[in-house]
Design a protein around this ligand. Structure first.
Ligand code: FAD
Length: 327
């Protein structure tokens, strides 16, 4: 059995949480198929310093490819190295995080290998020796089970769905030959500028407090930010399209069909009615809390916990309680 390939994403030399999730998912598949997990880390010099930690989450081997040209993400360079790795070592499935980088990289790898690709998946299993992925389709109205054609099955995994689980394996680190020539790349990333806010990205945060038109004004988003801050750095602010279109919040915070798809452990929707296009982006959140003054608001149909009332009264009290809880 060739094994399960897991792409371990790094940023600024650090292994990202999505890498732990990807290796955890790969371990589950490998156990079901009786094979090994081969994690691959690509980056600039020193990128592999923390590679051994992937063994904790179930990687049997960790292949580290360091090159100056890989200090920043290179779509062509990464694709070439990964495709060559898979051709040389073989694998039954190749897993990527459905992060911005993973969503760019995974379909390129699938196309170059001439195999099928299942994106943004929320479940994985083995049925009769075949890898089958679960993915929400049509804005989450349909949950499909798909078996990508060809081998390997190339799959990207929705962030925050596969909880990193320790399952220690050898995590033997090996050097990967990445002799690539930057001159061959059609495009080279010279600089990545973090957004001014530089806060946790809404697509990856484990907790999201999202606000909608019910806030009434951009200034009132202070109530949302206060609650998010009370969670102590683990929480991002999200927004409905109505408030993004109104210019109250940046598009990077928009959740929904034309914004980001999120799956945090906790999603608190404040003054958001629950239009189908908004639900499309957050319905796979683990716990949903809705605060709305209208008891008939559609968001309550999806929410695990609903609070009917005025957000101006509820949010300050909730923030106070969260602060006490986190102290
Ligand atoms: P509203 O629908 O106006 O809801 C405001 C809510 O606040 C109401 O339920 C009200 O009861 C409540 N409220 C008001 N005052 C208070 C108070 N004091 N206390 C408590 N509650 C209060 N939308 C998205 O969000 N994301 C998308 O990606 C997206 N993509 C779209 C794509 C297309 C093609 C289209 C056509 C639409 C899209 N939309 C999207 C828009 C979507 O249809 C809704 O218009 C939008 O989600 C509504 O935003 P909202 O819930 O903030 O506002």
């Amino acid at each position: 059995m060739p094994g399960i390939f897991a792409f371990a994403e790094t940023r600024d030399g650090e292994i990202r949480k999505g890498a732990h999730e990807t290796v955890t998912a790969a371990r589950q598949l490998a156990d079901a198929l009786g094979t090994e997990v081969h994690a691959v880390v690509l980056g600039g010099t020193g990128a592999g310093a923390a590679a051994g930690e992937l063994g904790r989450y179930g990687a049997d081997k960790v292949f580290v490819g360091e090159a100056d040209a890989f200090g920043k993400y290179s779509a062509e360079g990464f694709t070439t190295v990964i495709v060559n790795f898979i051709k040389e070592h073989g694998c039954d499935a190749a897993l990527f995080p459905a992060s911005s980088l993973g969503k760019d990289l995974a379909p390129r790898v699938a196309a170059r290998l001439g195999v099928g690709y299942a994106s943004d998946c929320t479940g994985l299993e083995v049925q009769g020796g075949t890898v089958v992925a679960t993915r929400p389709e049509f804005s989450g109205k349909l949950i499909a089970q798909v078996a990508p054609t060809g081998t390997p099955a190339v799959i990207s995994l929705r962030p925050n769905v596969f909880t990193p689980t320790e399952n220690a394996k050898a995590g033997e680190v090996q050097t990967l030959d990445v002799s690539v020539n930057e001159a061959d790349f059609g495009a080279i990333v010279r600089e990545i500028k973090a957004s001014a806010a530089a806060k946790l990205d809404v697509g990856e945060a484990p907790i999201i407090v999202a606000g909608g038109r019910g806030l009434g004004s951009p200034e009132n988003f202070k109530l949302i930010e206060d609650l998010a801050d009370a969670f102590g750095g683990r929480c991002a602010v999200g927004a409905s399209r109505a408030v993004v279109d109104a210019g109250w919040r940046p598009h990077s915070e928009q959740v929904g069909q034309t914004g980001k798809t999120v799956a945090p452990t906790l999603y608190i929707a404040v003054g958001i009615s629950g239009a189908i296009q908004h639900l499309a982006g957050m319905r796979t959140s683990r716990y949903i809390v809705a605060i709305n003054k209208d008891p008939e608001a559609p968001i309550f149909k999806l929410a695990d916990y609903g609070i009917v009332g005025d957000l101006h009264q509820i949010l300050p009290r909730m923030t106070e309680e969260v602060r006490k809880m986190m102290a």
